[in-house]
Design a protein around this ligand. Structure first.
Ligand SMILES: [Zn+2]
Length: 67
């Protein structure tokens, strides 16, 4: 891969990441929930209107759903 192609690829990835961040900020709601296993507070982003969201606890990694 040439240097120009690598730079273009890097710029594309940055743009995609920024687009994703904007989408999360504007379109998704944040649900604050507690891990059912260790009790650690977790913040989960959810699609609007969606209340049951699968997530993994950031402390212990336990997979679960928000209530
Ligand atoms: Zn946990």
């Amino acid at each position: 891969m040439s240097k120009d192609a690598m730079r273009e690829e890097a710029e594309r990835l940055i743009k995609e990441a920024m687009a994703r961040n904007i989408k999360v900020k504007t379109g998704n709601t944040r649900i604050e929930t507690k891990c059912g296993k260790c009790g650690a507070p977790n913040r989960v982003s959810a699609e609007p209107g969606q209340t049951r969201v699968k997530f993994s606890c950031k402390e212990c990694g336990h997979k679960q759903q928000t209530l």
